[in-house]
Design a protein around this ligand. Structure first.
Ligand code: ARG
Length: 572
């Protein structure tokens, strides 16, 4: 049990007795003591009593003697709580004996669909897909570790009008030639060449149009060529996922095309429900609350005037499938903020249609852009969009060079492994450690630095723990008594027991910067502890106790980074 919960459980009955109704004690970490409760302030008006008097009465009634060394009424009516050393030590011991580090498996597991990555066939993945992939993977890992049933959905852009020109271009190159070009990962080149012909060549344009019709009509020869394109691209995406160390596999592809058969029934159902309106020849739904800048209602186009279905219809069909056939109650869409409006409208229409009713709910897990050093959208030197694979290779190269420089004893293959863990970890961490709604600047120096709120700093802290145990020649004794005489020991223990609360918070809000901030605080507390409190030079119970603190720090760092998809090498 974490401390916040423990103190809340102890304070709640006292507040309820004073107020006559249940009250959330609102226990928070505090600068002034270990924890603070400000619930008395909120109650004052309701009870018509001075808040300090309420706080004092709660203090009298609350059963805190075994947990707190001091409980004080302060300021306008705060309760300042100082945790007793023995209580904290007991919690740390319990944590040490718990393989889940105090984080219980959820009592009521949900089926959660995490829709992430979602690159487009025959197009290069760009840095926006990087963010989706990294954030979505952290969400999938975290929810899975908590015991939820997680379904990964890679909503590949593998359908629609561009496939006419892509297939025609494939035929022009010849199947073998096209396959070679695509497997090299030159997806953008392929797409651009097709686009150029489409723009310049009337005959090609006409062929492409006919090809779209054949594709949508299910012509077998056309479908075979289309599948060729999809398979080539999927293969390329899988190499990127592998490089990036994400848990997405070939089984998780749920391309737009896979909802093809459900598009007509989905739109028919909207029609039956009386939700469709004709607007400029297209079938639309006008969800309540969606209005444009000048206040006029905004349509979600579900069937275009040419009779085709587009991106919105596909998302409606996918959502209906997820809550219906898959029985999911939590739907996550990890997609950039520019698509916010799209998802608002899709969710609103789905709610109207009855496909998204409690307990099922959908969340757009939006994120900002990655910016270059100049503060503008990240661009390659040639001015095009930066390719994901290139970015990753660069990160790994830089990190490997740094690892060799810092630690010449590392063998060739270990240096490569460390370089990969640190390079990929640095990129992911940079992505996860800021408020995801904001843009962030890609800064190699900073993200690969061993100081600061970075992956290498945490990985370094972890490797220090491991080095202690290599030198100790033994593991920590999990049943050793934990004593917290030194302030630095106490501070480290306070962080360790806070892991569960952070994981829980992150599982609901999916704000991973709260987890990175926590892990960083933990590593800082560990480093202060390590400076001030000798471990291997200590003796007897003190040494035993400190080894437990080291061991727990290592395990929490490792688990926390694992939730983020970041590796922890034994040596840096
Ligand atoms: N393929 C889309 C894009 O590149 C992302 C798909 C996101 N997922 C979804 N269900 N719409 O913008």
């Amino acid at each position: 049990m974490d401390l916040e919960r423990l103190l809340t459980d102890r304070l709640a009955p006292a507040f309820a007795a004073v107020a006559g109704v249940p009250v959330d004690p609102a226990v928070r970490r505090s600068q002034h003591a270990d924890f603070q409760s400000d619930a008395a302030l909120g109650l004052a008006r309701r009870l018509g009593r001075p808040p300090r008097e309420i706080a004092a009465e709660v203090r009298e009634r609350a059963a805190l003697a075994d947990v707190c060394a001091a409980v004080e009424v302060s300021g306008p009516g705060f309760l300042n709580l100082t945790v007793a050393g023995h209580a904290l030590g007991g919690l740390v011991s319990a944590l040490a004996a718990d393989p889940r580090l105090g984080v219980p498996v959820v009592a009521e597991p949900e089926t959660v669909v995490v829709d992430y990555s979602g690159p487009n066939v025959a197009k290069e993945m760009h840095v926006g897909h990087l963010r989706s992939t990294v954030i979505g993977d952290a969400a999938a890992r975290t929810l899975e570790w908590l015991g939820h049933r997680v379904l990964r959905a890679n909503h590949l852009g593998d359908w629609g009008t561009p496939f006419g020109m892509l297939i025609e271009h494939l035929l022009d190159l010849g199947e073998a030639g096209a396959a070679q070009e695509l497997s090299m990962g030159d997806l953008d080149g392929f797409y651009k060449a097709a686009r150029e012909k489409f723009d310049d060549d009337e005959a090609f344009r006409e062929r492409s149009r006919q090809r779209v019709v054949a594709l949508q009509g299910g012509d077998p020869a056309t479908l075979r060529l289309w599948r060729l394109l999809v398979t080539q691209s999927e293969g390329y995406f899988l190499t990127v996922y592998d490089l990036l160390d994400v848990t997405l596999t070939g089984d998780d592809f749920r391309g737009e095309s896979s909802y093809h058969d459900q598009l007509a029934p989905t739109v028919e159902e909207l029609d039956r429900l009386g939700l469709l309106r004709r607007s400029d020849g297209a079938d639309c739904v006008f969800p309540p609350g969606s209005v444009g800048r000048d206040g006029e209602p905004l349509p979600l186009i579900v069937r275009k005037s040419d009779g085709g279905y587009g991106y919105p219809a596909t998302d409606l069909a996918a959502l209906r499938h997820r809550t219906g056939a898959l029985g999911a109650t939590r739907l996550l869409y990890v997609v950039g903020l520019p698509q916010r409006r799209h998802f608002e409208m899709v969710f609103a229409v789905a709610a109207q249609a009855g496909w998204l009713t409690a307990p099922a709910r959908a969340e757009h897990v939006g994120f900002g852009s990655i910016l270059g050093p100049d503060g503008r959208m990240l661009r390659s030197r040639a001015g095009g969009s930066v390719k994901l694979a290139g970015l990753l290779t660069e990160a790994v190269q830089r990190a490997t060079a740094l690892a060799r420089e810092r630690n010449p004893e590392l063998g060739e293959s270990e240096a490569a492994e460390v370089g990969r863990a640190v390079g990929v970890g640095a990129i992911k961490y940079a992505d996860l450690s800021g408020d995801r709604h904001k843009d962030y600047v890609l800064d190699w120096e900073r993200m690969l630095s061993l100081d600061g709120n970075t992956a290498p700093y945490l990985q370094y802290a972890y490797s220090r723990v491991r080095s202690i145990f290599r030198r100790a020649g033994a593991a920590a004794r999990p049943d050793a008594e934990v004593s917290l005489a030194e302030p630095a020991e106490r501070a480290l223990a306070m962080e360790l027991v806070g892991f569960a609360a952070v994981v829980e918070e992150v599982a609901s809000g999916l704000e991973f910067h709260r987890l990175t901030a926590y892990l960083h605080r933990l590593a800082v507390a560990f480093s202060a502890f390590y400076e001030r409190c000798p471990v291997l030079r200590a003796e007897g119970p003190v040494r035993e106790s400190r080894l437990v603190l080291c061991d727990l720090t290592g395990r929490v760092l490792r688990q926390g980074l694992d939730l983020l998809g970041i590796r922890t090498p034994e040596r840096l």
